[in-house]
Design a binder for this molecule. Structure first.
Ligand code: CO8
Length: 259
């Protein structure tokens, strides 16, 4: 597939990178971009050589939200019956390998929601997160009212969604929305280093850890712990578990074969 709204590349043959590329619109998310993003991530997910993915934007904007111009004239019937802004926003959730969001600049509305759909967020110190949909007479529609309170708690999520105020990178790190903050010129290095670290581990264990953490958001504590226990048991069926433990015992570096 030839991409127009994103740029796709790999690093070290192991990390798949998707860069949103509508700079004039601050990477506003439209159907075409979301189709391309979904296709690129699915292709990386299916590629045995790829162990981790990074989604990023430009220095000024990760993404300033859904494309307001494209949405402006739609009626309730259009958005409810049609597939606009629904058909392809959730593709990223079906990706089984880790996806890191490397966020610089604005991550607003659907941009903040897209970052939150990734597995974790590394932010540049100029990042700004927000759910300003209320200013447009709408509310968040791609999980902002659900994932933001899980990430930062009710009070901050209400504050952001109801007043439209933006959260800077320092507050986002304090609040647990992002895992690390670095200088803008170090953002991709930091994300890449994290991705390459992940690539060194057993892909089966990495996928099982991701699946188990995601399960915690969908289940009771006891069900989640039981799910984790069974996944933990299952890792003992892999050769990677034998390799990882043998390498530790014999004081050598493990060579995982993802089996
Ligand atoms: N959509 C379309 N175009 C945009 C968007 C956007 N979200 N954001 C910025 N742009 C465009 C501007 O129109 C402008 O274009 P032009 O140069 O042709 O006038 C260009 O990008 C640069 O923007 P600004 O001149 O405004 O740049 P500033 O640095 O002055 O301001 C801001 C940057 C603060 C980011 C400002 O552009 C802004 O407030 N943007 C809108 C932010 C917003 O409201 N986002 C939420 C959108 S709604 C949403 O995301 C709902 C998601 C629901 C998903 C549901 C799926 C199922």
């Amino acid at each position: 597939m030839a991409y127009v709204n994103i740029e796709v590349r790999t690093e070290a043959g192991k990390v798949g990178i998707v860069q949103l590329n509508r700079p004039k619109q601050l990477n506003a998310l439209n159907n075409e971009l979301m189709d391309e993003l979904g296709a690129a991530l699915k292709a990386f997910d299916a590629d045995a050589a790829i162990g981790c993915m990074i989604v990023t934007g430009s220095e000024k904007a990760f993404a300033a939200g859904a494309d307001i111009g494209a949405m402006a004239s739609y009626s309730f019937a259009d958005v409810y019956k049609g597939d606009y802004i629904t058909r392809n926003w959730e593709t990223i959730r079906s990706i089984r390998k880790p996806v890191i969001a490397a966020v610089s600049g604005f991550a607003l509305g659907g941009g903040c929601e897209l970052a939150m759909m990734c597995d974790f967020i590394i932010a540049a110190d100029n990042a700004k997160f927000g759910q300003p949909e209320i200013k447009l007479g709408i509310i968040p529609g791609a999980g902002g009212t659900q994932r933001l309170p899980r990430a930062v708690g009710k009070s901050k999520a209400m504050d952001m969604a109801l007043t439209a105020r933006m959260m800077d990178a320092a507050e986002a790190e304090r609040s647990g929305l992002v895992s690390r903050v670095v200088a803008p010129d170090k953002l991709m290095d930091e994300a890449l280093a994290a991705a390459l670290t992940i690539c060194e581990f057993s892909q089966i264990a990495v996928m099982a850890a991701k699946e188990s953490i995601n399960r915690s958001f969908e289940s009771s504590l006891s069900d989640g712990v039981m799910f984790e226990r069974r996944m933990f048991h299952a890792t003992f069926a892999t050769t990677d578990q034998k390799e990882g433990m043998d390498a530790f015992v014999n004081k050598r570096k493990a060579q995982f074969r993802h089996q």
